[in-house]
Design a protein around this ligand. Structure first.
Ligand SMILES: C[S@@+](CC[C@H](N)C(=O)[O-])C[C@H]1O[C@@H](n2cnc3c(N)ncnc32)[C@H](O)[C@@H]1O
Length: 172
């Protein structure tokens, strides 16, 4: 029986508002659940690159998304954001859900994001409010984006089970 997709991923991918032709980068994709949902929304010209520093996670994500990988719609790579060779690629949407560098070394992580955002593109930093109040979390994430050279477009709070989540959307 197919396992039910966690509602946080459904919310996250709805929040991205994927257009069929989008170029998307996910940082820290874990098992690749969001990658599958993004691929379902992409058209023939759209694509997603998803990276995770864990080989194990990328192996799991590749297995889950094998048809999308075969079709070339999804490219999955085991590499840390700070080591990724993204060349001159630019993405319309860059997102991460619960990925430590955006909290611990935000300037470094956001510098890579800035370099690879397409004109008019946006970064979406999602976090679950498991350990702290969602309002504080939204403020603290926003401060990180502001320090990293982004303007804050929106801060979203979503009641989800088992824990609420926050998304801060930033633009250069
Ligand atoms: C808490 S898990 C979240 C996974 C997935 N985004 C989710 O919400 O289920 C964090 C993931 O980010 C990856 N990660 C942590 N630091 C990273 C970095 N610097 N570059 C790429 N991936 C990283 C970890 O290997 C892990 O798979």
């Amino acid at each position: 029986m197919a396992s039910k997709v966690s509602e946080r991923f459904v919310w996250a991918v709805e929040t991205l508002g994927i257009d069929p032709g989008d170029s998307v980068l996910e940082v820290g994709c874990g098992h690749g659940v969001a990658v599958s949902l993004v691929c379902e929304r992409l058209g023939p010209r759209g694509r997603i690159i998803a990276i995770d520093r864990s080989e194990k996670m990328i192996a799991a994500a590749k297995h889950r998304n094998r048809l999308h990988v075969q079709s070339g719609r999804a490219v999955l790579e085991a590499v840390a954001l700070e080591d990724a060779d993204l060349g001159d690629q630019r993405f319309d949407k860059i997102f991460a859900f619960n990925v430590a560098p955006f909290w611990r070394e935000p300037n470094e992580a956001l510098a890579v994001v800035r370099e690879h955002l397409a004109p008019g593109g946006a970064v979406y930093v999602f976090w679950d409010a498991r350990r702290q109040n969602g309002r504080d979390l939204g403020k603290r994430l926003s401060q990180r984006l502001l320090k990293g050279g982004f303007t804050i477009e929106r801060v979203l709070h979503k009641k989800l089970s088992p824990v609420p989540a926050v998304c801060v959307i930033g633009r250069v």
